[in-house]
Structure formats: structure tokens, C-alpha cells
Design a protein. Structure first.
Length: 162
């Protein structure tokens, strides 16, 4: 199981709730699809019991400080990440450029495309590619604090409110 979160936007209490859910569900990896925003918001991620894959969103202005704050964690950080997990090919991209996002989906190089940016939770299939947007942990735009959990064995995902 992979926990997926995004658009945390400095809402530390909600980040803690997401971390607790992922630890309770014993996920084996967490993907953060961007917009953590400030370095102090990384602190709760250190409580995760699994490795983290993190992509920067369009609101991270202090990337180097975020890197330093995450030092010592089992984490991979980038602007776009490719993950091969149990023979499931996943790409993670925040999604601020719709042309690039669409190209990743249409390439059919990936089984799963994880995106964010819109703050709208969605799980869809596009020409055999699963597209997952976990929504927003912060709840600022939609009023819903959500994450997703991907079962890689069944290649099925669901949205969870936190």
C-alpha cells in the first residue's frame, strides 16, 4: 500500500493526521505530490514509518531549506519522480503545467500518474493509465482534507478524508 498526499500548504495539524493515517494503515511508501510550502511543515513527515517520495509544487520558494529540513529521512526529492514499485511504474508530478501532465498520461509509459495542484481529489482511468490526485491535505480550497491510498497489488486506489 502506498499513501499519497499533496497540497499540505503548512497545515501542520492536518499533516499530522495524514501521517497518523498512513502509519495506522502500515503503508510501505508515502508519495507527497507537492506544495508542502514552508520548511517547518516537513517536521511531521519525520514520524512516517515508511520512505517518502517528494516532488516540489509551484508554491515551494525555499527548496534548499526544505531539503535541509528533511535531512536524515528516507526520502527522494525532485521536480518529477519515476518510481518502479513491485513492477508498477509510477510517475509523480505536481501538475502545474497541463501540457506536461497530459504528455505523461498520454505516453502510456506509466501504470499510474500521481498529480496534484488542483486540490480536487480524483481517481480516474485514462486509456489504461490510472491518474490519482489525492486532493488537498490542507482543506483550504475544497473544505475537505483528503489523501489517497493505492493498493499496488490490486492496482486500485481510494480517497480518504482525514
Amino acid at each position: 500500500m502506498i499513501g499519497i498526499m499533496a497540497d499540505t500548504h503548512d497545515h501542520v495539524d492536518a499533516i499530522v493526521r495524514a501521517v497518523n493515517l498512513f502509519n495506522d494503515k502500515a503503508v510501505t511508501m508515502v508519495i507527497h505530490a507537492g506544495d508542502l510550502v514552508s520548511p517547518f511543515s516537513a517536521e511531521p513527515l519525520k514520524k512516517l514509518h515508511s520512505p517518502v517520495k517528494y516532488v516540489f509544487g509551484n508554491n515551494e520558494r525555499e527548496r534548499e531549506r526544505i531539503h535541509r529540513k528533511m535531512a536524515g529521512m528516507d526520502i527522494e526529492i525532485g521536480d518529477c519522480l519515476e518510481i518502479d514499485y513491485k513492477n508498477v511504474k509510477i510517475v509523480v508530478y505536481h501538475g502545474e503545467n497541463p501540457v506536461l501532465l497530459n504528455a505523461l498520461i498520454q505516453s502510456k509509459e506509466y501504470d499510474v500518474v500521481v498529480t496534484a495542484h488542483s486540490h480536487m481529489p480524483e481517481i480516474s482511468q485514462e486509456d489504461g493509465v490510472m491518474v490519482i490526485n489525492p486532493g488537498e491535505v490542507c482543506g483550504y480550497l475544497t473544505g475537505r482534507k483528503t489523501v489517497a491510498i493505492l493498493d499496488v497489488e490490486k492496482l486500485a486506489a481510494e480517497i480518504h478524508e482525514i
